[in-house]
Design a protein around this ligand. Structure first.
Ligand SMILES: NC(=O)c1ccc[n+]([C@@H]2O[C@H](COP(=O)([O-])OP(=O)(O)OC[C@H]3O[C@@H](n4cnc5c(N)ncnc54)[C@H](O)[C@@H]3O)[C@@H](O)[C@H]2O)c1
Ligand SMILES: [Zn+2]
Length: 464
């Protein structure tokens, strides 16, 4: 990365670190049961609620108890169950239409990160009916309160029930990006491990590793606080003790309960201390190829930690020692290496591969630009990388293409060029660059004023 840009990134991150104590972070209020959620809605005089979920969860009947409790409390429920993994803008718009058509007055997000993120953005669209999702990318673009939102996580997991982020995919351009705003933090959450008992082992493994990535990226970043460090350590300790147990025996109630807690703690750690390039790269892979978020993260984590090298050694060693991955007294170098080796061992023990299939050379530059726009300047990563440097991370997890795959690639490359070409100027802008956006807004206003003045037959004067 160019040294001037590096300085800019670090100044930007420092400004956010200094502002942290005054930023309006909050945690969702815990609700002990679905009956409590129904009672709360009745108390708020909500007559109809929209449950945002997915087909799989409906098929498993996981929402049934909630629906019964709502009915007992005299609250009608509409259901939107079309959310897909890597939820899309089309999901958000369809759910929003259902909310409005049925006259709903509150939202319940019931599912993994996909359902929760979809419901958050539905709320954002209800709060800002004139602002399309594409213009919410980045930070602080929603700013208005959402309708009452209760989150019920069923994976352990994204921690989305406690974060200010919602990650959404533009189905047209395959661009997946976070929307970050304090108003997206759900007001209430029901953390009931029973909803996670039926998670298949592969989903238990990848979503559990996602929580580990949250804790790790938050801890090795440069904007931690005493609180976020302690939450990250708690999450890693719990994951160390309980993830394999939950993976091997899904009915292990204690393991499920502690994994839900781990995901929540890791969510608190990263909502305040950010993630890093594992996430920026994983999001671009999820948008482009539909790769599951947890899988991409799990595969990427050891490679990205290797790439950070000495820049994250001290903090990673600290996390390793304090979470029990390395013994007290182990040197920084050895403890950080032990952490990376442990991540690889966890992946291997749960059948998570070391590479990802389907990554095509010709897509990498566009994905790397998107990861650059997501990560820089916002994420306080140990080692700054620009798009060109990030490309190496895609190559590090790229499974070699099988023989004969070359024929298709010309056609798909053309499609990718279309995707890149269809991005607007605003979409190419670094997601979090506030001054950049302000300058853009001012220029847009001047252009509009000029057009209006021309239409009125006069010329506008500008002082240069
Ligand atoms: N907002 C945030 O802070 C945040 C953080 C991390 C990830 N994310 C986003 O969350 C999404 C991923 O969420 P996820 O990993 O929870 O997966 P998911 O919500 O996509 O669910 C994965 C699969 O598991 C199934 N499933 C969910 N709960 C189940 C249960 N209890 N039993 C059986 N099957 C169940 C779902 O039906 C789905 O098929 C990604 O889009 C990612 O970008 C958001
Ligand atoms: Zn994640």
């Amino acid at each position: 990365m160019h040294p001037v840009r590096k300085i800019w990134c670090r100044i930007y991150q420092t400004a956010f670190r200094i502002a942290l104590p005054v930023l309006p972070y909050r945690e969702p209020k815990p609700l002990a049961s679905f009956a409590d959620a129904a009672a709360l809605l009745a108390e708020k005089r909500v007559r109809r609620v929209l449950i945002v979920t997915d087909k799989n969860i409906m098929r498993l009947g996981l929402t049934r108890e909630l629906e019964d409790d709502l009915a007992d409390a005299g609250i009608a429920a509409s259901i939107y169950d079309e959310v897909v993994p890597n939820p899309t803008i089309a999901n958000v718009e369809a759910a929003r239409e259902r909310y409005l058509a049925d006259g709903c007055e509150a939202l319940i997000a019931f599912g993994g990160g996909s359902a929760m993120d979809c419901a958050k953005v539905v709320g954002a669209r209800l709060a800002r009916p004139k602002k399309p999702v594409t213009r919410m990318r980045g930070i602080l673009r929603v700013l208005l309160p959402l309708p009452l939102l209760i989150a019920v996580p069923t994976t352990a997991g994204t921690g989305s029930e406690t974060t200010l982020a919602a990650v959404i995919t533009d189905g047209e351009t395959h661009y997946k990006y976070p929307i970050n705003d304090f108003c997206l933090i759900p007001r209430y959450a029901v953390l009931d491990y029973r909803t996670t008992l039926g998670l298949p082992p592969a989903v238990t493994a990848t979503t559990g590793m996602d929580a580990l990535v949250h804790a790790t990226e938050a801890y090795i970043g440069r904007s931690t606080t005493r609180e976020t460090r302690s939450r990250a350590i708690e999450a890693v300790r719990l994951i160390r003790t309980y993830l394999l147990r939950a993976y091997r025996d899904g009915a292990d109630a204690k393991a499920r309960e502690h994994m839900l807690r781990a995901a929540y703690c890791a969510g608190i750690a990263f909502t305040k201390s950010y993630v890093g390039y594992v996430h920026a790269v994983a999001h671009s892979l999820g948008g482009q190829y539909g790769i599951a978020h947890g899988l991409a993260n799990a595969v990427l984590l050891p490679h990205v930690l290797d790439a950070y090298g000495a820049s994250c050694e001290r903090r990673l060693a600290d996390l390793a020692r304090r979470s029990g991955v390395a013994a007290e007294g182990t040197s920084d170098h050895d403890a950080s290496q032990a952490f990376i080796a442990w991540v690889r061992k966890m992946n291997a023990a749960m059948g998570i591969p070391t590479t990802l299939s389907g990554i095509r050379d010709e897509d990498i530059p566009v994905m790397a630009k998107r990861a650059d726009a997501e990560g820089n300047p916002l994420y306080p990563v140990p080692l700054l990388m620009d798009a060109t440097e990030l490309e190496s991370l895609y190559h590090s997890v790229q499974e070699p293409a099988p023989a004969g795959a070359a024929d298709e690639s010309g056609e798909q490359a053309a499609a990718t060029e279309d995707v890149a070409g269809s991005e607007t100027d605003a979409a190419r802008m670094p997601a979090a660059s506030l001054p950049h956006r302000l300058a853009h807004a001012v220029r847009t206003q001047i252009r509009r004023a000029r057009r209006a003045a021309r239409r009125a037959g006069s010329r506008i004067r500008t002082n240069r």
